[in-house]
Design a protein around this ligand. Structure first.
Ligand code: ADP
Ligand code: MG
Length: 590
């Protein structure tokens, strides 16, 4: 079970994902595109009006012509400004919405992955996708997106405008295109590695500074100041040199773009000169064409300069889309249904990552409604076995049957319906407490939630919260105590109402009032269910129908409390050491 890197989508698949989301916002996208087009078109007015003015003045126009043109240009500029502002906002809104939906899908898909598949994924890879990648795509969609769209539209419209003035002037302007492309082809392959190395070098510089600061006591104790300063100096120099190199590269690129602009503008002016002399076009049209071309400098330059960022964003999007390519596990409730609430493990073994067997040849049948306690020292394999019995972890050997059906045939959905696992670390989700309990059953009514909380003895303190069930809980809100979080988890179990419950309870101080209350709560929540409970306090084991003692992954004893005490084996040792000292936590363990 080596960890795997998540897939990365190809460009076709990436576009499909993006396009699909944009299409869902059809109205907004169309309006945004129309508004941005309007803004770009309004920008065409000024050069054209100036061209007309040139012709008017070289003819015999009066002063009112100038005023008309000034008003026209002013109006167009105002319109263009307003439309641009609205358009950019709309495009940003489309971008953010599309991104939010893609991110939701990614998280949704990951949460629905079968547990074994999820185990194999590198957490870092996953986090960087929903974190860094989303950030870079967000920057692209909201910052570059509008620029990209309006620049492309401006380029197309202005190009069309030049051709409309005179096709020969348009062709002259096109002469710049190959030069632009050459500049880009020169720049891109050089810049990407440089930027990457620059980011790396900056990371190393920060790392050198931070480790020296964190370890300042050690640095001083061993008189490493000079060496550390030298190290920071070296790293800084590397980062500085790279930044300078990047800047040099960028300057060269800019000058190549200037060359392209120079060639295009010169071509238009020279062509214009001959065309005017041949009386084919007016001076005004040539003026307008030159102004149009000049107007392209910013959008083209902007597009070319942001090409790196566009590429980064595209890469981020491809990584997000890659997650969406993972197979969802929305298998229907097909196949055989469990016949009863029994759990049967046959010859079950498990090892993590080709390591040693931590569960070894365990065969165990739990009858419907039976309560079995699993005890054993820390590291005996209790948590592992509990996860296997709950169908959350696939064992590397043996068979697990729920209600007589092999869980590999039962499928994820049916397994989840049949059995619930309460793990050692319960998690409180941020939000209203009501929603947190409802996670187990979205359709539950407030009355049902209250009944579940009441059953586990939590309703009293929930009612005492400032806003009762609606109180915000979790990280930045009301913090629940460990015991309260356990109760909420138990209430969830009650709502989910599985036939089988597997409880891997957290270690609580033996004998504490909280522990006794939790024991009552868990007994109430699991009443009538087939239950496997990892017992850390042996009073819990005492109340079980049967006790199974695990040692180094093997079942070493099994029987009722009385039987095992009488047998005087491992359990009896554990029991005596646990009760003998009263507070002893030995024997009971995590
Ligand atoms: P217990 O719950 O009885 O303390 P566990 O099932 O947690 O025992 O652990 C059994 C053994 O498996 C331990 O040696 C532990 O280090 C190892 N182990 C548990 N979880 C993992 C894991 N995810 N990867 C590798 N080894 C693990
Ligand atoms: Mg454990």
């Amino acid at each position: 079970m080596s960890s795997e890197v998540l897939p990365i989508a190809g460009s076709k698949e990436t576009w499909r994902v993006l396009w699909q989301e944009i299409r869902r916002l059809k109205m907004l996208s169309v309006v945004a595109a129309v508004v941005i087009t309007g803004a770009s078109a309004a920008g065409l007015v000024a050069p054209w009006a100036l061209g007309v003015l040139v012709d008017d003045i070289s003819g015999d126009a009066d002063r009112s012509a100038v005023v008309r043109v000034v008003l026209l240009i002013g109006g167009a500029a105002l319109l263009s400004g307003v439309l641009t502002a609205v358009g950019v906002t709309l495009v940003a809104r489309v971008g953010e919405t599309v991104l939010a939906r893609i991110r939701e899908q990614v998280v949704d898909r990951v949460l629905r992955l079968p547990a074994p598949a999820l185990d194999k994924i590198r957490t870092g890879d996953l986090l960087s996708r929903v974190g860094d990648d989303v950030a870079s795509v967000a920057a692209a969609l909201t910052e570059i997106g509008p620029v990209l769209l309006s620049a492309s539209l401006t380029i197309v419209l202005t190009g069309a405008g030049m051709f409309a003035l005179d096709w020969r002037l348009g062709l002259a302007g096109l002469l710049a295109t190959p030069m632009y492309l050459l500049a880009l082809r020169w720049y891109l392959p050089r810049s990407a590695p440089f930027y990457r190395r620059e980011r790396l070098a900056m990371g190393e510089r920060s790392e050198a500074i931070i480790t020296s600061l964190r370890g300042s006591a050690t640095v001083r104790a061993y008189r490493l100041e000079e060496a550390q300063l030298e190290r920071i100096g070296d790293r800084s120099a590397v980062a500085r040199d790279l930044s300078l190199n990047v800047f040099k590269l960028f300057s060269t690129f800019s000058s190549r773009i200037n060359h392209a602009e120079f060639v295009g503008l010169t071509a238009i002016l020279v062509a214009g000169f001959y065309l005017v002399r041949a009386d084919a076009v007016t001076v005004g049209a040539t003026t307008a064409a030159a102004l149009y071309f000049h107007r392209l400098f910013n959008p083209i330059g902007g597009l070319l300069m942001q090409f790196d960022q566009i590429q980064t964003a595209a890469a981020g999007l491809a990584r997000l889309a890659g997650v969406l390519m993972l197979k969802p596990t929305e298998e229907a409730l097909a196949g055989p249904a469990p016949a009863d609430a029994s759990v049967e493990l046959t010859g079950v073994g498990h090892s993590y990552d080709d390591g040693p067997l931590v569960v070894d040849g365990v065969s165990l049948r739990i009858e419907p409604g039976e309560r079995v306690a699993l005890v054993g020292a820390s590291g005996a394999g209790k948590t592992t076995l509990a996860a296997i019995a709950a169908g959350v972890l696939m064992p590397t050997a043996g068979v697990v049957r729920l209600g007589g059906v092999d869980i590999r045939e039962l499928g994820e959905a049916r397994t989840q319906q049949q059995v619930a696992l309460l793990s050692q670390e319960v998690h409180v989700f941020s939000g209203p407490l009501l929603d947190d309990v409802r996670l187990a059953k979205a359709s539950a009514t407030v009355e049902e939630v209250e009944a579940a909380l009441e059953l586990v003895g939590a309703l009293a303190w929930v009612r005492a919260l400032p806003e009762g069930l609606e109180s915000q809980v979790g990280e930045n809100a009301h913090q629940l105590t460990g015991a309260q979080a356990q109760q909420v988890a138990l209430a969830r179990l009650v709502l989910a109402d599985p036939a089988v419950a597997v409880l891997d309870e957290a270690t609580a101080e033996a004998g504490s009032a909280g522990a006794r209350e939790l024991e009552r709560a868990s007994a109430a929540a699991t009443a009538g269910r087939t239950t496997l409970v990892v017992a850390h306090r042996l009073t819990q084991a005492e109340q079980a129908d049967r006790i199974v003692v695990l040692d180094h992954g093997r079942v070493v004893e099994s029987g009722t409390h009385a039987d095992l005490l009488a047998a005087g084996g491992r359990y009896s040792q554990l029991w005596h050491s646990w009760t003998g000292t009263g507070t002893a936590k030995e024997g009971a363990s995590r």
